[in-house]
Ligand binder design. Sequence first.
Ligand SMILES: [Zn+2]
Length: 293
Amino acid sequence: MSDDRLYETLHWKIGDVSITRMVEVILRAPIGSLFPDEDPAELRPFHDWLKPNFLLDDETMALSIHAFLIEAGGLKMIVDTCAGNGKNLPLFDEWKNLDTPFLENMTQLGFAPESIDRVMCTHLHFDHVGWNTRKVDGGWVPTFPNARYLFNKTEWDYWKDHEDPYESGALEHALLPIFDAGLVELVDANHRVNDEISLIPTPGHTPGHASVLIQSGGEEAVITGDMFHHPLQMAKPGWIDMADVESTLAEKTRIEFMQRFGDKPATTVLGTHFATPTAGKIVSDGDGYKFES
Ligand SMILES: [Zn+2]
């Protein structure tokens, strides 16, 4: 698949709510990088829907690092702020010392940083909080000065005492400056943002992980966060994802999520790291489920 397609800006309309996907960077990740204990050959029966969008020709996983920009009832919101520039991030070469025009691209799409009303981080891993701040004169300041940043209280309670095992700087660079600026609103995992947008608890990947539910005009979309890192987890919800903090709970959450949102034609699932086309439906497939995009 060409890079252009992986990086294109995508738009969806759910009732009166508009949602835009803006990509920061694409990772080509070997299956073993997230699932070191699992056998990729077990995925062969699912290649017909995993390829070519989610598993590339060389059977690496396409992982898209992107933000969702939402406009609902006059409110502008960004869900997950990606990785950020100039950081020595781990595991993959593609995101080491990024230098992307992330904020300029937001502005071009009608979401200038100062126009953002809410920032929502599905969880507090470094690739979901990176643009919470930007570097000015050697210090880290909030990127979205007029926003309230919504963090799940359970999630913060965990990470304030635990270093992100993959990127120890996220707390200091991307979280504490937001607290210092008085912009954080600690919310519960069922928080309602406005008439159309609410959070739903999806714990396991991290203890206070939350997904985002959008309902308008009889339609519905749900932003997964990293409850699913990759669509292959719909076929293999029990595969141990090395980035999940609590594996057993993560599996239970994935299964319950598919039971709740699967086989519902009016529900669009938007994957936080799902490559183009990113959006699809969860549908029954034998004993389990698949992602139909
Ligand atoms: Zn992530």
